[in-house]
Ligand binder design. Structure first.
Ligand code: SF4
Length: 327
């Protein structure tokens, strides 16, 4: 299994979790095999499980909580030794498939996972215990390019924001090559194209227009927008910034194998890190800001697609605007 070296440290902290994933109103789609198992559960517990499932096969949340979350913060499925549905069983782990090749990771949206990711002090290494392979030329190119990007991001001799800008410039060059159907390995020394600070004010209106899960997030975005109007630049712990950037690049960059848009994956990665940095500058507690960002943005395919659309059509999200936001 391919995974970041911190992956195996994850354990669910269950009733000690302040932001249990069974709360927060997430729609959990139950897979068919689990539905079949649940239909055979016996007794009062079986009746309760079936009564908790909606017509479109999701758990019906009550007051934002999973109906099977017990008063002591533990899952009644687990307490009753019943096998969980795939989504509950997997979370916060994620898997991305590229033909027979698969990569795993843990999501920032989980408090325990965020705690691990943001507290890594060493340079993260990706462990390649590989079973399968993907031989598509675009995938091979992107996988090599991702290693180059990790090297840029983990060059601790440079300022953290300069590293983001260099990685984005590398992505611009890479995208030019992909657009020319050039998939051969290449060497490129990226340039820092920073010309002057650009606030996040131009991008925050989009975040306010996305699907929003928690009203707390909505209020935070309003304050963030007003703070950004006066902010000259951002502060960000360089090691935490590096781990965040590596997390987003690891999770999203290879998805360009499907749509050939590597630059968009990097724009998303660095926009995400900057939004989290700006939130921390306004509210403190980077773990909590990262967790909230991940819940609101990463866990909505629709929100991510809307952001990618802006990269294509909105000047505020152009390479030239974004490069000057990385500061
Ligand atoms: S958010 Fe993470 S630590 Fe908390 S209950 Fe869910 S899986 Fe466990």
């Amino acid at each position: 299994m391919v995974r970041p070296d911190y992956y195996d440290k994850f354990h669910c902290i269950a009733d000690k979790c302040r932001h249990n994933c069974c709360r927060g109103g997430w729609e959990i789609e139950i897979d068919n095999e689990a539905l079949e198992r649940f239909s055979k559960l016996e007794g009062a517990f079986g009746d309760k499980v079936r009564a908790s499932i909606s017509a479109d096969n999701t758990f019906i949340h009550k007051n934002g909580e999973c109906p099977l979350l017990s008063s002591n913060g533990k899952c009644e499925m687990v307490l009753n030794n019943a096998q969980l549905c795939v989504i509950c069983d997997e979370y916060p782990r994620f898997t991305e498939f590229f033909d027979d090749y698969a990569e795993r990771g843990i999501s920032l949206s989980c408090e325990a996972a965020a705690d691990i990711i943001l507290n890594v002090k060493d340079k993260v290494k990706i462990i390649y215990d590989i079973d399968g392979s993907c031989t598509e030329p675009i995938f091979i190119l992107l996988k090599k390019a991702r290693e180059d990007i990790f090297t840029i991001l983990q060059d601790r001799s440079k300022d953290i924001f300069a590293r983001f800008r260099l990685a984005l410039d590398y992505g611009m060059h890479l995208q030019d090559r992909i657009n020319e159907n050039e998939y051969a390995p290449f060497e490129y020394a990226p340039k820092d194209n920073f010309t002057g600070h650009n606030s996040l004010c131009g991008v925050i209106p989009l975040f306010k227009d996305l699907n929003i899960l928690n009203s707390e997030w909505s209020n935070m975005l309003k304050k963030l927008e007003s703070d950004e109007m006066h902010r000259k630049n951002h502060t960000l712990d360089p090691i935490i910034g590096e781990q965040l950037a590596v997390y987003f690049v690891y999770r999203y960059f290879l998805k360009a194998s499907f749509d050939f848009d590597a630059l968009a994956k990097l724009k998303f990665a660095f926009l995400s890190v900057m939004m989290i940095a700006a939130l921390e500058n306004s509210f403190g507690d980077i773990n909590e800001c990262s967790r909230l960002y991940s819940i609101e943005i990463e866990h909505s395919e629709e929100n991510i697609d809307m952001i990618y659309d802006e990269f294509l059509f909105n000047e505020e999200f152009s390479y030239y605007k974004l490069i000057n936001m990385l500061d």
